[in-house]
Design a binder for this molecule. Structure first.
Ligand code: UD1
Ligand code: CA
Length: 454
């Protein structure tokens, strides 16, 4: 059966006290709405319709994608009114309603819900709550059959005793939806067109209302303020940490680990405290990551070692390679197998061959460095003349004396050597020593200046 998904995301989110529309606030580095859209895509619907209102332009701009149909709800007249705005675009046999501010919903839960919806049956996701204040209540008859949803503000004192709450997530037969929405009225405590009134209409039309519950109540928790946002973030991170541990990763402290993207991990990986993984990170078997590292869009091959306080972005560490402490590997940094980058070394678009080393205090940009070459402390590539960037190419087994400046474009042949403190402006042939510095003069019996008394 075909499926349309409508995501409600027009609300303001007053309690966030923010210039940013509520659904754009992030969980794990990605907006809440983006999380919901991800889940929607996993269900392979024929259409994803996002109802926007507050901050509509920004929401559309941030999330634009070919498979999304943004629908504007000019005035927020209620959840029923919101779904009605998407109605002209709905074609599928089933319609699933999601909320843009309920980001942790699991695909498996939605799949269970969708198994229960049919031409003559609605499927409602409900949750048992200790404190259901504010939620719509699920009204059942003596036999336990669902009859209606009554909003908290419209509920009688007896109905307020009901602890089964409406999550807001529901699936309905597409054919019927238009008729029900057209019949909604706003004569209720909030003067809104309630989507929840559809339930009683369906029951009156002889349909069955099936219910499902999430495995974990946090799946259906919305974020109305920054405290709830933080709680959802923690929950997400706990879930991510548990999943990595189940795959063979030791987290020194699962409470001090953050995943803001996707990590593919091997076995026997060790991650020390305060590590942030962002974007797409691939970590192979036996990798160790020290404390306080930020690793984004990078690949760490087998047995690689990232020492404390290193920042990697768009980098690759070969098998057994190591970097840090305090290494900064910017996009295009590639360390071959067993290559080594030490403290206070910055790499950008630089490829180090197998076993190459840059131990201390260097900047290597737009560089190719051959296998086993050694870069002395303080060496920099002068890759930028203020207008254009140029490349530095080193062959294999090159030895760069400390504090050399390699002025690009420049090529050093295999086995070339530079004297410490050299400014290298011309190519060096293979096996040659280049000394590019003023010759030392010694001045005999030198008299130091003497302090003048005033
Ligand atoms: C809604 C449900 C309630 C349920 C609760 C769960 C209704 C009438 N009530 O109540 O039964 O227990 O969610 O959290 O549906 N939105 C729009 N346009 C609108 C109104 C709302 O896009 O005109 C969006 C909001 O941005 C939000 C969602 O719909 O993402 C829910 O709206 P909200 O006003 O929070 O509904 P509740 O009153 O909490
Ligand atoms: Ca709400």
């Amino acid at each position: 059966m075909s499926l349309d998904i409508v995501i409600l995301a027009a609300g303001q989110g007053t309690r966030m006290r923010s210039a940013l529309p509520k659904v754009l606030h992030p969980i794990a580095g990605q907006s809440m709405l983006a999380h919901v859209i991800d889940r929607a895509r996993q269900l392979s619907p024929v259409g994803i319709h996002v109802v926007i209102g507050h901050g509509a332009d920004l929401v559309r701009e941030r999330l634009a994608a070919d498979d999304l149909n943004f629908v504007l709800q000019n005035e927020q007249l209620g959840t029923g009114h919101a779904v009605a705005q998407a109605l002209p675009a709905l074609t599928a046999e089933r319609v699933l309603i999601l909320y843009g501010d309920v980001p942790l919903i699991e695909t498996a839960t939605l799949e269970r819900l969708l198994e229960r919806v049919g031409a003559e049956q609605l499927a409602l996701l409900t949750v048992d709550l200790i404190d259901p204040t504010g939620y719509g209540r699920i009204v059942r008859d003596a036999a336990g059959v669902v009859k209606a949803i009554v909003e908290h503000k419209d509920a009688t004192p007896e109905q307020r005793q009901i602890c089964e709450g409406n999550t807001g997530i529901l699936a309905v037969p597409g054919k019927r939806l238009g008729d029900w929405l057209a019949r909604l009225s706003n004569s209720n405590a909030q003067g809104e067109y309630y989507l929840t009134d559809v339930i009683a209409m369906a029951v009156a039309d002889g349909l069955v209302v099936a219910t499902e519950q999430p495995l974990d109540a946090m799946e259906v928790q919305g974020a109305n303020d920054r405290l709830q946002l933080a709680e959802l973030e923690r929950h997400y991170q706990q879930r991510a940490a548990r999943s990595l541990m189940a795959q063979g990763v030791t987290l020194r402290d699962p409470a001090r680990f953050d995943l803001r993207g996707e990590a593919t991990v091997g076995r026997d990986v060790l991650i020390d405290i305060n590590v942030i993984l962002e974007g797409r990170v691939v970590i192979e078997d036996g990798v160790q990551i020290g404390p306080n590292c930020v690793i984004k869009d990078s690949t760490l091959r087998k047995g690689a070692l990232v020492k404390a306080n290193s920042h990697l972005d768009g980098a690759e560490l070969g098998e057994g390679a190591d970097c840090g402490p305090f290494a900064r590997l910017r996009p295009g940094s590639v360390l071959g197998a067993k290559a080594h980058v030490g403290n206070f070394v910055e790499l950008k678009n630089a490829v180090l061959g197998e076993g190459a080393k840059a131990g201390h205090l260097s900047y290597l940009g737009d560089a190719e460095i051959g296998a086993r070459s050694n870069i002395g402390a303080g060496t920099i590539t002068c890759n930028y003349d203020g207008a254009n960037k140029f490349k530095t190419v080193l062959g294999e087994d090159v030895f760069i004396g400390s504090n050399s400046a390699l002025v690009a474009p420049v090529t050093l042949g295999d086995g070339a050597t530079t004297g410490a403190g050299s400014v290298i402006t011309a190519d060096i042939p293979a096996g040659t020593l280049a000394v590019g510095r003023a010759k030392q003069r010694n001045i005999d019996a030198w008299k130091r200046p003497v302090k003048i008394n005033k």
